[in-house]
Design a protein around this ligand. Structure first.
Ligand code: ZN
Ligand code: ZN
Length: 360
C-alpha cells in the first residue's frame, strides 16, 4: 500500500491530494487528482477530517463484495466533515465557510421510494466513496440535498462520524425505547453508539454482547448494564436472569453473526422487536413459526439513516448532553497516519479512529 501524505496536501490550483483504489486489487495508493467540479446544485467541501469505516476495509482488502461493487479508479471515504469551499449557483442551504458533513446516500428524489418519503431506500442510490468519488481527499463534491450544516457546538471529530452514528440512531430509535430492555449484539462503533442512544432515550437495561473484550469495555463506557462475552459467558441464561426470565423487549443486531440471530431470538420477549443492521455474509436459516410468528416479533431491516428524521434526532441528542460518544473515539490521528489507522482498525484494537487534516 504505502500511502504518504505531503505536509501541505493541496498540490496545485487544479489538483489535490487523494487516496485512491487505482486497480482491481488489494491496497490503496496516494495520488494527485483533479479537484472535482461542482454543478449548479452542488457544494464543494474542503475536507478537514475523515474516518475509516468497515466498508473502506472491504475496499482496501478487495474482497468479494468490493470486487462486485467497486469500479476502480475510485476515491473511497464517506465518513467526513469539512468546510464549504464553494457552492453552485442554485444552492441556498449553505455558503462558503459553513461547517458541514453529509448524508452519504445520494438519493434521486424521484423514484417510488423517494416520493413516498423513504429516500433512505432510494432505488437509484449512489453511495459516496462506493459508487462515486469519496472524501479521502482535499475536496469532495456533494449535491446540496445531501449536505448537513453542523451546529457550532458539534466538535470536528464527532462531525466526522455522523454517518455511522446516524446508523445507530436510526436502529435504536426504530421502535419504542423508554422503560424497555434491550440486547445489542456486536459492539463495534455502531453497536456502542446504539447503546449510548438507548440509554439516553430511557432504556431500562442494555445488555452488550461481543467476543472482543476491548469492545465490551467501550460498551460499558457507553452505559451498557451487562457485558457478555459470547465465548466466555452463557449469554442466553445471563440475559434471562437479568430480565426475570421475560427476555428483552428489543434486540439490535449489529454483528451479522449467525450466533447472534440464534441467541437474539432466544432472549426476545414475546411481542419484542428485532432491528437488523449487521450484514450476514451468507443467507441464514431461521424458524419463522417459532421465532417470529408465535413470538409476535416485529423484525425490521435498517438501512442507512432516515433522511432527515434521523439527522435531527442525532443533533438534538448530541446537543442535549445526554449522548456522549467520545469514549468510542479511541484514536485521533493525522492524515499521514492513514496506513496505521487501517492497521489499527483491522487489528480490532480500536474503536472509532478519526483522522484530522491539521492534527499535529
Ligand atoms: Zn461508514
Ligand atoms: Zn430515489
Amino acid at each position: 500500500m504505502p500511502v504518504q501524505t505531503p505536509k501541505e496536501p493541496l498540490v496545485s490550483q487544479d489538483t489535490m491530494w487523494a487516496i485512491e483504489k487505482s486497480a482491481a486489487a488489494p491496497g490503496l495508493s496516494r495520488i494527485t487528482a483533479p479537484i472535482p467540479k461542482a454543478g449548479p446544485k452542488d457544494v464543494r467541501i474542503r475536507v478537514t477530517a475523515f474516518a475509516i469505516c468497515g466498508t473502506d476495509l472491504h475496499i482496501v482488502e478487495w474482497d468479494d463484495w468490493a470486487a462486485s461493487r467497486i469500479k476502480p479508479p475510485l476515491i473511497p471515504g464517506h465518513e467526513f466533515t469539512g468546510i464549504v469551499e464553494s457552492v453552485g449557483s442554485e444552492v441556498t442551504l449553505v455558503k462558503p465557510g459553513d461547517r458541514v458533513t453529509a448524508e452519504t446516500h445520494i438519493y434521486c428524489g424521484l423514484c417510488y421510494a423517494c416520493r413516498r418519503g423513504l429516500p433512505h431506500l432510494c432505488q437509484n442510490v449512489l453511495i459516496l466513496g462506493v459508487d462515486r468519488q469519496g472524501a479521502f481527499a482535499d475536496y469532495v463534491v456533494i449535491p446540496e440535498q445531501n449536505v448537513w450544516k453542523l451546529h457550532p457546538d458539534i466538535p470536528e471529530e464527532i462531525a466526522a462520524i455522523h454517518d455511522p452514528l446516524g446508523n445507530a440512531v436510526h436502529t435504536a430509535l426504530a421502535g419504542p425505547v423508554a422503560g424497555l430492555r434491550f440486547a445489542v449484539f456486536g459492539c463495534g462503533p455502531i453497536g456502542c453508539f446504539a447503546i449510548g442512544v438507548l440509554k439516553a432515550s430511557g432504556a431500562a437495561l442494555v445488555a452488550a454482547i461481543d467476543k472482543n473484550p476491548m469492545r465490551l469495555s467501550l460498551a460499558e463506557a457507553m452505559g451498557a448494564d451487562l457485558m457478555l462475552h459470547v465465548e466466555r459467558d452463557a449469554v442466553v441464561p445471563a440475559v434471562l436472569a437479568a430480565t426475570e426470565g421475560r427476555g428483552v423487549d428489543g434486540m439490535l443486531e449489529m454483528s451479522g453473526s449467525p450466533g447472534a440471530f440464534r441467541d437474539g431470538f432466544e432472549i426476545l420477549a414475546n411481542g419484542g422487536r428485532v432491528s437488523l443492521l449487521g450484514i450476514p455474509s451468507k443467507p441464514l436459516e431461521i424458524d419463522v413459526a417459532r421465532e417470529i410468528i408465535f413470538r409476535g416479533a416485529t423484525v425490521q431491516g435498517i438501512n442507512g439513516r432516515w433522511i432527515y428524521d434521523t439527522w435531527y434526532r442525532m443533533e438534538a441528542l448530541l446537543l442535549s448532553g445526554k449522548l456522549n460518544i467520545k469514549p468510542v473515539i479511541t484514536h485521533v490521528l493525522g492524515w499521514s497516519e492513514f496506513d496505521r489507522a487501517v492497521e489499527l482498525q483491522r487489528s480490532g484494537k480500536a474503536g472509532k479512529i478519526v483522522l484530522r487534516r491539521d492534527h499535529p
